[in-house]
Design a protein around this ligand. Structure first.
Ligand code: GDP
Length: 182
């Protein structure tokens, strides 16, 4: 089955987003201990695709060794996944573009892995501020990318953006099915 990977800095709202997308109240639980949960969780959605929950990155207080380990773990994942269709990088909509996220997108691009951006916690900003932050982000991306990746504005607490993300994935899966049946 096709896989879609979700990744982002710790505390970006990944567990909440996954709970929203999978209609579960509390399953993708955050561990209170950064760097502890180095496990990959798979959720099967509609019997048709896997949502892959990758551990959060960017803990300020972990050692160099565990940062290295983490990088290895993540690169191992991305190198091995035959079924991976796309990654989604989660970004807190309130924050300015962060080097660690931009570097990660760079890595995905260089590895030939398609990705989209999911802005989280949109309920924390007024609509005008959302537009401004998204535009600023896109401008930053255009410094290194020719095109702006697909992006989604979401809020797990206000249930915003769920259908956009699910429809996007559903459409790709349909295309894949059609190609298979040709
Ligand atoms: P993770 O570490 O990336 O899995 O992040 P969590 O999903 O555990 O969320 C981190 C914190 O942000 C928690 O306190 C959540 O309640 C909060 N949070 C997550 N999503 C949203 C959102 O859409 N809106 C608001 N206001 N807070 C959120």
């Amino acid at each position: 089955l096709p896989e879609y990977a979700f990744i982002g800095r710790s505390n970006v709202g990944k567990s909440s987003l996954i709970n929203m997308l999978t209609d579960r109240k509390s399953l993708a639980k955050t561990s209170g201990r950064p760097g502890k949960t180095q496990l990959i969780n798979h959720f099967i959605i509609n019997d048709s695709w896997y949502l892959v929950d990758l551990p959060g990155y960017g803990y300020a207080r972990v050692s160099k060794t565990s940062k290295k380990k983490f990088q290895k773990f993540i690169t191992n994942y991305f190198e091995k996944r035959q079924q991976l269709i796309s990654a989604f990088v989660l970004v807190d909509i309130r924050h300015k573009p962060q080097p660690i996220d931009l570097e990660f997108m760079q890595y995905l691009g260089e590895s030939g892995i398609p990705f989209g951006i999911i802005f989280t916690k949109a309920d924390k900003l007024k609509p005008m501020a959302i537009d401004r932050h998204v535009n600023e982000y896109c401008e930053e991306l255009l410094k290194t990318w020719e095109e702006i990746p697909q992006y989604f504005v979401t809020s797990s607490s206000k249930h915003i953006g769920k259908e956009d993300v699910l429809d996007f994935i559903g459409n790709i899966n349909e295309e894949i099915e059609q190609l298979k049946n040709q």
